[in-house]
Write a protein that binds this ligand. Structure first.
Ligand code: KG4
Ligand code: ZN
Length: 335
């Protein structure tokens, strides 16, 4: 089954074609992402109205480009999947409207996909994919969740953040220290040249049982350290390193607890923060020590993309699910 996937929940326009008959990494016939970073940079964050307007401009050209790269025509497609939520409602409506209209015109089934289910299943698009049951850590700009995956489509929430998401903490901390938008990846890059241990911040909520997270206090600790410091470039790198180590350690401690609680040794990591190199290395080492493994999508498929939507949609369409003719956009939606 060849499924066109469309992602437009925030500031990335993503389009892909996934072919379940090929499967694995090769099943991804083509994917393209157009990032709106430059558009929003001067505002220091995503401006919803500008995001919607840019999706309108970019989406159909990107569909055309992706099909050409896959060597396919619209007549080769078997279904269309799109992100139905959660996200910015105007941005979601653009992707949903285009996807539903294409499906109507081509007489294909269409399905609205939960953005976080897309992230969660992205590691299964790689070769030698993990099979449920496993524990998933979803770490993006909007979510930090630990989920027990009993089967594809059967998810139990084990823990989540009580305030900021991990990616949000990266972004806000970076902004506080004067790094340009989008801060998370920039802060991670800066941390690479920071001295480990020069600044030590708390590992929030690790001193008591439970699988929930809290990152907003950590952000305040970093702000105080930054304000008291000489604000030199080297100090900024040291603080960035201290912050990153605190987030990575906290996530690793909770992941290990979640694996213990679920009685399993396979961890699947997805979402934008899953692109963080130190997090990947730490979680991999932790799982290997238990005789298990940690599975990640390639870094380009950690952040928002159309491939994960094509893949998640293909699994659901192949199982016989599809939507009616209504255009679905659900800005707030529990997985
Ligand atoms: O999944 P994603 O692209 O969008 C959401 O659904 O939120 O995640 C974006 C988040 C941002 O907060 C960004 O700062 C963070 O992922 N991020 C990173 C890295 N790359 C992206 N955080 C830490 N280290 C990175 N290398
Ligand atoms: Zn995302």
């Amino acid at each position: 089954m060849k499924v066109l996937g469309i992602e437009s929940s925030c500031d990335e326009t993503g389009v892909a074609v996934y072919d379940t008959a090929i499967g694995g990494a090769d099943g991804l016939r083509a994917h393209a992402v157009y990032s709106q970073i430059a558009l929003h940079a001067e505002y220091g964050g995503v401006v919803p109205e500008l995001a919607s307007r840019d999706h309108v401009r970019k989406l159909l050209p990107l569909v055309r480009q992706t099909l050409a790269e896959a060597g396919l025509g619209t007549g080769d497609l078997d279904g269309v999947a799109y992100t139905a939520g959660p996200g910015l409602v105007g941005a979601l409506l653009v992707g949903a409207g285009v996807a539903r209209s294409l499906a109507w015109a081509l007489d294909l089934p269409a399905i609205g996909v939960h953005h976080m289910e897309g992230h969660l299943l992205a590691p299964l698009m790689e070769d030698d994919p993990p099979q449920p049951p496993f524990v998933a850590l979803l770490v993006s700009g909007g979510h930090t969740q630990l989920v027990a995956v009993d089967a594809i489509g059967s998810y139990r929430l084990l823990g989540e953040t009580l305030d900021d998401a991990a990616g949000e903490a990266f972004d806000k901390t970076a902004k506080m220290m004067g790094l340009p938008y989008p801060g998370g990846p920039q802060l991670a890059k800066l941390a690479e040249s920071g001295a480990p241990g020069a600044f030590r911040f708390a590992r929030p909520m690790t001193d008591r049982p439970g699988l929930d997270f809290s990152f907003s206090g950590l952000k305040t600790q970093v702000l105080l350290a930054w304000q008291k410091s000489d604000r030199a470039d080297a100090t900024r790198a040291d603080i960035a390193r201290g912050f990153e180590d605190a987030v990575v350690d906290t996530l690793a401690i909770k992941c290990e607890r979640a694996l213990d609680a679920a009685g399993c040794d396979v961890l699947v990591v997805a979402g934008g923060v899953g692109a963080n190199r130190r997090l990947r290395a730490k979680l991999q080492a932790m799982c290997e020590q238990r005789g298990g493994r940690a599975c990640f999508p390639r870094p380009a498929l950690c952040t928002d993309n159309g491939a994960m939507i094509a893949f998640a949609g293909a699994l659901r369409l192949r199982a016989g699910q599809h939507d009616d003719d209504a255009v679905r956009a659900t800005p707030r939606w529990d997985m």
